[in-house]
Each structure stands twice: as structure tokens, then as C-alpha cells.
Design a protein around this ligand. Structure first.
Ligand SMILES: Cc1ncc(COP(=O)(O)O)c(C=O)c1O
Length: 324
């Protein structure tokens, strides 16, 4: 498919591997389970954020920005990889993070600061507090003569979603090489940019496979609204078919965003023991727990679990467990 995509700064090593989970699939009663290894996108430890950043950073450069202002939490995978990406292309990076500086600093924050990013904490645990703070900081930077490019939480913009629009075609082509022309896809939903891009990409391909979003951050209705909106904006930006695909959203928050959940811990242990997969407690382990739940109610045909990364937080969680 010829997509006239916006400019791209190549950061990732693509295509990411698509692996057949020969031990995990049967454990879940699935005939065929594949893992789309976007934890291995090959730049920093950014997982799914790298595909988004390729387009967001290119957009920043095209707009003549000299400073990236990226929003998130102290454990943000986006902020960590934005800091690394800004460094390699010669942009300054400031991070606007909700809450107060945690002690000890989480791995992602340490990595981001090691890449030269400056961090600002809003002092308010409300995740949306970063937005007003970022506006103020952008105004201050601008009045000092800087050109700022702001990246919202999750990199959830139509430009960022282009990375996943293209990833949908990558997956369809990889499965096609194994003679598979339909599959159920299970993917983690936070800000909705990843699934939004996939939805837009699938619509452009004229493919309507079952798509399952595991919402780890918001109620399903709100998560779906965000996914739909990003998918529509992404398709508009690219001039491709308007998405009209049915999604199934599953509430995978457990006790709440960022809170430990025993079902996610069990799912993570199973994935590691069976396939050597490393899942993080905030995003991917919860999404995998949703997949486990889905298998109990019946999932037809080949299934793809889209591994979106979270490696730094996964290691941190394991290290904490070891200390207890
Ligand atoms: C490891 C990981 N997986 C999944 C997600 C969710 O992706 P999205 O925000 O695009 O819905 C995130 C977002 O922060 C993430 O860091």
C-alpha cells in the first residue's frame, strides 16, 4: 500500500520480530499464538514509543523546533525514549512529570536524565496536571527565544499514530508469509495512540480483524473514544480510508492504573517461564492478563499478542520482588 506518510527519522530496527509462542499458546489452549515483539524495536528501551517518536521527532525538526517538551509520569517509557531520541538528533529535551520526584529515581527517569533531559515535577499526582504546567513552561521557553515542540502523554497524536498505522501493514505482511490471512490482535491501551494507529492502518488495508484493546488506564468507554478519535485523525492526516472497525475493549486496570494486580503478576510469570518474555506490571502484564481472561471465554483462530515494551519498569519490579 502506498501511503504518503509524513517525514520519518529512522530510529527503530523494523520489522520487529513476529514470534510463534510454541509453549505459551498450548498453555492457554490456543492453537496458534504469536508475539509481535515491539519490546525489541531497537532504540533505547522505548518499546512501542519508538515507532511514534520516529514521526514526532521528524515533525519537530520539520517545524524548526530546538526543544522537545514531553509529558508523562516519572516511570514514563515515552519520556525516556524521547530524551534519547532528542539527544541523537541534537534537540534539547525537557520532561514535565506529574507528582513529586520519587526517591530512588525510577530506571526510566534515570535513563532520561542520563540522556541530558531536564525534569520538572508538577507536585500534583493528577496525571493531567502536566498539561497546564507544560503550557507555562512552553511559554517561558518561547519567550527566551526557543522553539518548542510539545509531545502529550503517550505521544498520542495523529502524527505519532502514523507509526502504528504502518505497523499494521507490517504485521499483516508477516502473518501473510506464514499463510495466515486473519488473526485476533490483543494490544495494551493507555493513551490509545498505539491501537488508534493500528485501527487506522487496518482500515487503510481494508482488513477487519478482531481487535481487542486492554485498557490499563481508563474506563473502557473513555479508552475506546480516545482510540477512535486518534484513528480518525490519523486516517485524515494520511488521506486513507475512514476507520469503522468494531473494537472490543477489556478493562485491564485491576485495582487501578499503576497499581499491582495479582492476575498481571501471574500472567507475567507464565509468559516469562514459557517463552522468556519480560512483561512490565503497569502495561504489558495487565494486557497479557486480559488475553488470559479472553482465552477463557473463547478466542477464535490465530491470536497475536502485541508486546509493547516496558522493559525498564519490568526489571525494576523484578528487582523489588527480589529485595522483599
Ligand atoms: C510499555 C507500554 N505499553 C503500552 C502502552 C500504551 O500505549 P498507548 O499509550 O499508545 O495506548 C504504553 C504507554 O505508555 C507503554 O509504555
Amino acid at each position: 500500500m502506498a501511503v504518503s506518510a509524513p517525514e520519518r527519522v529512522v530510529l527503530a530496527s523494523l520489522p520487529s520480530p513476529l514470534q510463534r509462542a510454541k509453549r505459551l499458546g498450548p498453555r492457554l489452549g490456543l492453537e496458534e499464538l504469536f508475539i509481535k515483539r515491539d519490546d525489541l524495536t531497537g532504540f533505547s528501551l522505548g518499546g512501542n514509543k519508538i515507532r511514534k517518536l520516529e514521526f514526532l521527532i521528524a515533525d519537530a525538526l520539520a517545524q524548526g523546533a530546538d526543544t522537545i517538551l514531553v509529558m508523562g509520569g516519572p516511570r514514563s517509557n515515552l519520556c525516556q525514549s524521547a530524551a534519547a531520541a532528542a539527544r541523537v538528533v541534537g534537540l534539547a529535551c525537557e520532561m514535565i512529570l506529574y507528582g513529586d520526584r520519587p526517591s530512588p529515581a525510577p530506571a526510566n527517569l534515570t535513563l532520561a536524565e542520563a540522556s541530558g533531559a531536564v525534569s520538572w515535577f508538577t507536585g500534583d499526582d493528577d496525571r493531567s496536571s502536566v498539561e497546564a504546567f507544560a503550557k507555562q513552561r512552553a511559554a517561558a521557553l518561547t519567550s527566551d527565544g526557543n522553539r518548542v515542540y510539545a509531545i502529550p502523554r503517550g505521544g498520542a497524536t495523529a502524527v505519532g499514530a502514523v507509526g502504528y498505522h504502518l505497523a499494521a501493514a507490517e504485521l499483516v505482511s508477516q502473518l501473510g508469509e506464514s499463510g495466515i490471512d486473519t488473526a485476533s490482535i490483543v494490544v495494551c491501551v493507555g493513551s490509545g495512540g498505539t491501537l488508534g494507529g493500528i485501527v487506522s492502518g487496518m482500515a487503510a488495508l481494508g482488513v477487519s480483524w478482531p481487535l481487542f484493546g486492554a485498557s490499563v488506564s481508563r474506563e473502557c468507554v473513555e479508552a475506546e473514544r480516545r482510540v477512535d478519535s486518534i484513528a480518525a485523525e490519523c486516517a485524515r492526516l494520511l488521506g486513507t480510508a475512514t476507520p469503522d472497525l468494531g473494537l472490543t475493549m477489556i478493562d485491564a486496570r485491576g485495582p487501578g492504573y499503576g497499581q499491582p494486580w495479582s492476575a498481571a503478576e501471574a500472567a507475567s510469570d507464565m509468559a516469562r517461564e514459557s517463552e522468556g518474555l519480560v512483561l512490565d506490571p503497569i502495561y504489558t502484564a495487565k494486557a497479557f492478563a486480559a488475553l488470559v481472561e479472553l482465552t477463557a471465554t473463547g478466542l477464535d483462530g490465530p491470536v497475536v499478542f502485541w508486546h509493547t515494551g516496558g522493559t525498564a519498569t519490568a526489571l525494576e519490579a523484578l528487582a523489588r520482588k527480589d529485595c522483599m
